[in-house]
Design a protein around this ligand. Structure first.
Ligand code: APR
Ligand code: ZN
Ligand code: ZN
Length: 361
């Protein structure tokens, strides 16, 4: 039996979000219905609302979520009703070329749920990133559910569904940060701070945080930054070189997504170092670099997709570390809010006032 629940939709380009009644169908083969307990508010939700992703309005927003599986389709064996799960937006197929080569984070045949949720008048909804979790319940592909320790609070577990995983993964998976490394993180929002926490976890000796906002640099310190640079008042490339014996950092993580910070990241790394790009640029942005620098500086330039994570491996591991007190995921939750406060949360995000607002249901 299809059920009716409350959910937050973005009705049209730049229109305020609102709560509507959502019709959630029974799970079909390979699907699960999940009762959402918590869902973080992410920039991507705002981009959907602004029409920056595509025009498939109305969107059912929310994609950084944890909850309890309520029902599953016939052939689902990996998760069962009652399981506590974190949702992810890239359920890898396991059989494409990337998956077979052992790099499932590049899977190009991800199996997210087909879009079958509607408004009560039958209007089809587009769930954000194939999830749509600013809702009491949502329909997803069973492969988007990863079971984790039910002792952890949903508001913390849900963070792994997007930004925090992207940042930690940028450091530990893509950047391969190792014991004793020097790391510079440019842009200390939720993603950059997670990259800092991930670098600390990996044993980095020196972690240099760069931002244009002193408030962000203060938080970065509490996440594990050993040095901070305000790039409004100091040249970040020079400062990073100075702090790394003149060489540049072993790993530079860019978590802004702008040409000038991409360029800073490129020049702030050690000759043999690695640049990890996790900040997402817009289509019109361009970077011009002298080819001799591209050729001559060696090292590597890598982009990080959702922290190159493997949910089944990384979610339970990070929750273990959190439960043991070795990674403070709770530090990313600035405030918990209700479904009716998403619009306000977007405003606070826009002003840089929060790391994460988390909707708790
Ligand atoms: N130099 C340094 N820091 C900057 C600059 C700049 N030129 N411009 C902005 N920043 C800082 C902001 O002050 C803020 O602290 O970058 C940070 C960006 O943080 P958020 O806006 O909170 O964004 P976040 O959620 O962390 O995501 C960052 O990663 O995954 C991507 O799509 C995401 O592109 C986005 C990026
Ligand atoms: Zn695949
Ligand atoms: Zn997100």
């Amino acid at each position: 039996m299809a059920q009716e629940v409350r959910g937050v939709i973005a009705p049209g380009k730049d229109e305020p979000v609102r709560i509507e009644t959502i019709v959630v169908p029974d799970p079909g083969p390979g699907e699960a219905v999940v009762r959402i307990q918590a869902c973080g508010v992410c920039h991507t939700d705002l981009h959907y609302k602004q029409g920056g992703i595509n025009d498939d309005f109305p969107f059912l927003l929310g994609h950084e979520a944890a909850g309890v599986v309520e029902s599953v389709g016939d052939d689902v064996t990996d998760v069962a009703p009652g399981d506590f799960v974190v949702l992810n937006w890239r359920a890898v197929c396991g059989t494409c070329r990337a998956c077979r080569r052992g790099r499932p984070w590049y899977c190009f045949d991800t199996h997210n749920a087909k879009q079958r949720m509607t408004l009560t008048d039958g209007t089809e909804l587009s769930p954000a990133l194939g999830i749509g979790a600013f809702a009491e319940k949502t329909l997803v592909a069973a492969g988007q559910c990863t079971k984790v320790d039910p002792a952890v609070s949903p508001q913390v577990a849900g963070l792994l569904g997007c930004g925090v995983m992207a940042g930690i993964g940028a450091a530990i998976n893509t950047g391969n940060v190792g014991r004793g490394d020097s790391v510079a993180v440019i842009g200390c929002g939720g993603v950059g701070d997670a990259a800092i926490a991930g670098s600390r976890l990996a044993g980095a000796a020196r972690i240099i945080a760069v931002d244009i906002d002193d408030r962000k640099l203060e938080t970065a310190r509490s996440m594990g930054a050993t040095h901070t640079v305000n790039s409004r008042t100091a040249d970040p490339v020079e400062a990073i070189r100075e702090l790394t014996g003149g060489f540049g950092a072993d790993v530079v993580i860019e978590a802004v997504g702008r040409p000038e910070t991409y360029e800073q990241a490129f020049y702030a790394r050690d000759l043999a170092g690695t640049v990890v790009l996790v900040g997402v640029p817009t289509p019109e942005m361009k970077l011009e670099l002298p080819l001799l620098d591209v050729f001559g500086r060696g090292g590597s330039l890598k982009s990080s997709w959702y922290g190159d994570c493997l949910p089944s491996r990384d979610f339970p591991m990070l929750i273990d570390l959190h439960q043991q007190g070795r990674l403070d995921l709770g530090a990313f939750v600035t405030e918990t809010i209700g479904l009716d406060e998403v619009e306000k949360a977007f405003e606070r995000m826009h002003h840089g006032d929060v790391l994460r607002s988390v909707v708790v249901l």
